[in-house]
Design a protein around this ligand. Structure first.
Ligand SMILES: Cc1cc2nc3c(=O)[nH]c(=O)nc-3n(C[C@H](O)[C@H](O)[C@H](O)COP(=O)(O)OP(=O)(O)OC[C@H]3O[C@@H](n4cnc5c(N)ncnc54)[C@H](O)[C@@H]3O)c2cc1C
Length: 460
């Protein structure tokens, strides 16, 4: 175990290199503090474009620049790779693990921005056959699964098997599900058209399922209607009021509103239906007495801090405050706000009781449906179609981190949108099977540990 004590200045520890953690760290650039950012990945991930990695438009590097490189000129910040396992609020330490190495990092102020994972609403076993879309690994695995299904279909002479292989089901009709379903449809209708000899890729069936009565239910009205029409124009089958009750290797079972159940045969399923905040939230709630909502988010005070711990901030997808949505802007603004409070207390001796509450500035939200078509909502303004797509393009380029990411993304988009080509159509065996192999190893390790514990108990 090593103890990273840092310098003698006020020590700020930031957990997570996502939108909240990175923007919080950068906002402390000129503060008289030493910042340690601890992340479980070496990169900052632009999650809103993950689906484009999964469908062969963008490369990993376009949306996941190395955190260390982004912060290399910020002299008061250092980056530690590690999975944070424990936060000790009383002793003011964070313990992280990297392979066999355990590191304890003391803090004076803490920003917790560990985000959220996929939620299967108590059916975690669905994950084996319907992976989510939260990480680079998820996106690369999905790319392999999508392309692999077409390859297997090309080899099959059995019409039923071919139909199963060419049926792609996206569960969850929120922005990610809509974007993914639209891109799988475009991939099959445009990019892969005429690339196979035995199958017709344009006949692939893309199903978008949701238990809710509409697509993009947070938008509703005109935007949901427009999204539905555009997706149906692309050939996506939209099935609403449909709850998934079972998922296996060959398909899924769906329960209709009237209680009847039916089966969809499909090899490639994707889950984009729910989120659950990082389990670190539970630790923080238990230690501070803060409440926790159904998605595992910590109920923070109006200054984003924990009750009784004014120097511990929980932000982004991990926090519950005023029903704010899980959006990148909420996390970025939360990170900047927390950094400002820390700076004010260190440099001006500001009393936490005097802090102005966090105010979220809603810059709107958007989802792209296909090339040249998106929906966007900014306040009361609703934009659809090509204009919405231009707004989407501009905003995403603006917030991509790093000049080279912006340039390479723009080039990849030019190719994907103006020709039929996509540059990132490779998938390796490891990308497809790596997650399952690691899971199996972990299960075996856990079982071996449990057996050893029983043996020790019996012996002692
Ligand atoms: C597929 C997808 C599409 C999306 N599209 C949009 C969109 O179009 N517009 C929009 O506004 N929002 C979108 N979002 C939501 C947006 O990405 C999140 O709201 C935002 O990323 C939240 O920021 P965060 O900092 O709280 O968490 P994240 O950005 O998720 O960052 C969390 C960080 O913590 C790290 N971490 C987690 N646990 C640990 C641990 N134990 N130890 C160390 N590090 C840890 C993670 O590796 C990650 O770096 C999308 C999300 C997804 C998944």
């Amino acid at each position: 175990m090593s103890v990273q004590s840092g310098e003698s200045r006020h020590r700020v520890v930031v957990i997570g290199s996502g939108f909240g953690g990175l923007f919080g760290t950068q906002a402390l650039k000129n503060a008289d503090v030493d910042v340690t950012l601890i992340g479980r990945t070496t990169h900052h991930l632009f999650q809103p474009l993950l689906y484009q990695v999964a469908t062969g438009i963008l490369s990993v590097g376009d949306i996941a620049p190395a955190t260390r490189m982004i912060l290399r000129k910020q002299k008061n910040a250092r980056v530690l790779l590690g999975d944070v396992e424990t936060i000790d609020l009383e002793n003011k330490t964070v313990t992280s693990q990297l392979l066999e190495r355990r590191t304890v990092t003391p803090f004076d102020s803490l920003i917790v921005a560990a985000g959220a994972g996929q939620s299967y609403f108590g059916n975690d076993h669905f994950a084996e056959f319907a992976p989510g879309m939260k990480t680079i690994d998820d996106a690369l695995e999905l790319r392999g699964r999508i392309l692999g299904a077409f390859e297997q279909a090309e080899l099959s002479d059995d019409p039923d098997e071919r139909a199963r292989l060419l049926t792609f089901v996206v569960v969850g009709a929120g922005p990610t599900g809509v974007e993914l379903a639209g891109q799988i449809a475009e991939l099959s209708r445009r990019t892969l058209r005429e690339a196979f000899r035995h199958i017709d890729s344009t006949e692939a069936r893309v199903v978008l399922l949701d238990g809710a009565p509409d697509v993009l239910p947070v938008y509703g009205g005109k935007l949901s209607r427009k999204t539905r029409q555009t997706l149906e124009g692309l050939g996506v089958q939209i099935q609403l009021n449909a709850m998934v009750t079972g998922v296996d290797a060959d398909g899924l079972t769906v329960k209709e509103k009237d209680g009847t159940e039916r089966r969809i045969e499909s090899q490639c399923k994707v889950w984009s239906a729910g989120v659950a905040a990082s389990p670190l939230g539970k630790q923080l709630a238990e230690q501070s007495g803060a409440g926790i909502d159904r998605a595992g988010r910590v109920e923070v005070l109006p200054d984003l801090s924990l009750p009784g711990y004014p120097n511990v901030f929980v932000i982004g997808d991990m926090m519950s405050l005023d029903k704010l949505p899980g959006l990148a802007q909420v996390a970025m603004q939360g990170g900047k706000y927390a950094a400002k409070q820390i700076t004010a207390s260190v440099e001006e001796g500001q009393d936490p009781a005097q802090r102005a509450p966090f105010r979220y500035f809603d810059k709107g939200s958007m989802a792209t449906i296909s090339r040249f078509s998106a929906v966007a909502k900014v306040g009361k303004l609703e934009i659809t179609g090509f204009l919405g797509w231009i707004a989407w393009l501009f905003v995403h380029l603006l917030y991509l981190v790093g000049f080279s990411s912006k340039v390479s993304t723009l080039l990849s988009w030019a190719q994907a949108f103006f020709s039929t080509g996509r540059n990132q159509m490779a998938a390796t065996e490891q990308q497809v099977f790596g997650r399952l192999a690691i899971q199996r190893l972990r299960t075996e390790e856990d079982a071996a540990e449990a057996r050893e514990a029983v043996a020790r108990r019996e012996a002692g």
